[in-house]
Design a protein around this ligand. Structure first.
Ligand SMILES: [Zn+2]
Length: 259
């Protein structure tokens, strides 16, 4: 294994997405390569540091039991339906496991959001962001405009939302643009820009804020999803994904405008 191959797979290793044979090959390389081992350790350290600062919402045990019970109940047989998505072959590959994950998330999310409201009423906006993220994972709901070209996505928002969001192209950095859509969060039409990292979807939600003050990125986690919120230049910006925090943080530094 080359260092390039190893480095390319470190994120997937941290997210436990690799087959065991591949894990063994990478671990063997890490044991013998100090540079790759240092990069791996840095990824772990960054994730751990970010996790240390995040707000976490615990699911009560009773709720967990109810979710488990609902998931093990016999499912009605369903005929497979065609994907209603303008996706290329490579996009379809990650949409299939995603569809299954979305179904599980939907089963549990309604219950869990209710629990979060009880526990943390101040985080209503975070709940709406998370609900929009989960809804977007249902096949056909990810994008209203599907394009990997920012020159198609950015102008599409004209007249649909009350701002002109930044839509940087980040393919070369491993975060391909997939498209955009309009969501409704906290009483606003929200510009949502969609990126991916491997099979992970990253939604970037942006809407105008009446508060002109900037904030530092605030990291939180719920239902296995990581969420980053920041206010910059009069815009509320939220990121949601199940991507590991280290890579989501790298991504946030690329898309969030500087002070
Ligand atoms: Zn190496």
């Amino acid at each position: 294994m080359t260092c390039a191959d190893c480095l390319k797979n470190l994120g997937a290793l941290v997210d436990e997405e690799l087959p065991s044979g591949e894990i063994a090959r990478i671990e063997e390389h890490l044991a013998n390569c100090t540079e790759c081992a240092a990069a791996h350790q840095q990824l772990l350290d960054t994730s751990a540091r970010l996790k240390g600062g995040l707000m976490r919402y615990k699911t009560p045990d009773v709720l967990k039991a109810r979710i488990r019970a609902s998931l093990t109940e016999p499912q009605r047989e369903e005929r497979p339906r065609p994907m209603v998505l303008h996706a290329t072959g490579s996009e379809r590959r990650w949409m299939r496991p995603l569809a299954a994950a979305a179904m599980i998330a939907i089963v549990s999310s309604g219950l869990t959001f209710a629990a979060m409201r009880d526990r943390a009423p101040a985080n209503a906006v975070q709940s709406e962001v998370l609900a929009s993220h989960i809804r977007s994972l249902i096949p056909g709901h990810l994008t209203d405009v599907a394009s990997n070209d920012q020159h198609n996505v950015k102008p599409w928002f004209n007249g649909r939302v009350n701002l002109s969001p930044d839509v940087p192209r980040l393919d070369s950095l491993g975060f391909p643009l997939v498209g955009g859509r309009v969501d409704y969060i906290d009483g606003h039409n929200v510009a949502t820009i969609v990126y991916t990292r491997r099979q992970h979807v990253i939604n970037v939600f942006v809407w105008p804020s009446t508060d002109r003050s900037n904030t530092s990125p605030e990291v939180s986690s719920a239902n296995g999803y990581n969420i980053i919120h920041v206010r910059r230049r009069g815009e509320e910006i939220w990121l949601a994904s199940d991507l590991n925090l280290a890579e989501l943080s790298t991504f946030s530094a690329l898309v969030i405008p500087r002070d």
